[in-house]
Design a protein around this ligand. Structure first.
Ligand SMILES: Cc1cc2nc3c(=O)[nH]c(=O)nc-3n(C[C@H](O)[C@H](O)[C@H](O)COP(=O)(O)OP(=O)(O)OC[C@H]3O[C@@H](n4cnc5c(N)ncnc54)[C@H](O)[C@@H]3O)c2cc1C
Length: 289
């Protein structure tokens, strides 16, 4: 039986926000690489689809006052090509997403909208303390990404809001990302980890993917590594951190995870893999640890 789905195609941001406000039950669609899978498998039957692909504003990015504002509709391919040097951690994660076809269509805005704990852009966004700009006819608000995830596949976007952009500072230091899955490409992460070491702000950032109900930051591990780098005067200089400190960092990362057993991995494997990923990314970030 054919079911009618209203298809709304705004061409301006104002029209998109007005349509979202008028039809809060509508499902926004950007690249469609999550939405179309759900429709095809009959997991979702929205009354209305709100197509955002004709809204040019969403595909723009700009740098202002040392902050990059990246429109929610910028594809992974463009992010890698145009912003890869300024956002190496996010670009590393983007390179692991799907296939070239998926990276041509898929967007960080869509990854945030879907809010899957396994989404690959979340760990690097957590590691660099990105902000998400949400908009509605009521106005704008900026939510730290660390407060964005509300539960498995849930976020804090209200029914009348759209994700407008991601705000993030260009990297001031090393950023790394590593993901484990059952093969090297076209794979949903069994777990993933992102690390940022910012010698200017003297801040360590982390992000854990696919090992908890939401993407997570390993806050104790961050504070521990900041303490070690302060104590050893190691923010700028390549001082050795030593095995005990590296092991402790890796243990604290693994301890921050809240993994479950599922089809992709056991909880125990995820925890052990995170220990490895934490050591690996720290080694890459520091040259030698
Ligand atoms: C074959 C395949 C492989 C994949 N591999 C990976 C992978 O390796 N890693 C990974 O993380 N993901 C992967 N994905 C999932 C998907 O590609 C990503 O989540 C992608 O980022 C979704 O972006 P999109 O623009 O296509 O989102 P869409 O499908 O258009 O939307 C996704 C969700 O976000 C909402 N949304 C979109 N834009 C907005 C907006 N501006 N405001 C509010 N809500 C919005 C939609 O309503 C929907 O709920 C894969 C998907 C496929 C089909």
């Amino acid at each position: 039986m054919a079911i009618a789905v209203e298809f709304i195609q705004p061409t301006t941001w104002e029209e998109a926000l007005a349509a979202r406000s008028a039809l809060p039950g509508s499902v926004p669609i950007a690249g469609g690489t999550d939405v179309m899978v759900d429709l095809n498998f009959d997991r979702s039957r929205p009354d209305a689809l709100l197509d955002l692909t004709r809204v040019d504003d969403l595909r723009e990015w700009a740098e202002e006052d040392a902050i990059l504002r990246i429109g929610a509709g910028v594809s992974y391919t463009r992010l890698i090509g145009e912003l890869g040097e300024r956002l190496p951690g996010l670009a590393m994660a983007a390179r692991t997403i799907g296939s070239p076809q998926i990276r041509n269509r898929g967007t960080v805005g869509g990854n945030l909208g879907a809010a899957s704990p396994a989404g690959d852009s979340h760990p690097p966004l957590l590691a660099v303390h990105a902000e998400v700009e949400l908009a509605s006819v009521r106005g704008l608000r900026r939510v730290p990404v660390r407060e964005f995830y509300a539960g498995p596949k849930e976020n804090v976007v209200a029914g009348d809001e759209l994700i407008a952009a991601i705000l993030v500072a260009p990297a001031a230091g090393a950023e790394q990302f590593s993901k484990i899955g059952t093969r090297n490409a076209m794979v949903i992460a069994a777990c993933s980890f992102a690390l940022s070491i910012d010698p200017v702000a003297r801040r360590v950032g982390t992000g854990i993917g696919s090992a908890g109900p939401t993407p997570l930051a390993a806050r104790e591990a961050e504070a521990f590594l900041e303490g070690v780098l302060d104590e050893r005067d190691g923010w700028e200089a390549p001082v050795a951190l030593g095995e005990p400190a590296v092991n402790r960092f890796a243990e604290l990362v693994a301890a921050a995870a809240r993994p479950i057993d599922d089809v992709r991995s056991s909880a125990a494997y995820r925890r052990e893999a995170l220990r490895v990923l934490a050591r690996r990314t720290l080694g890459w970030a520091r040259g030698a640890v």
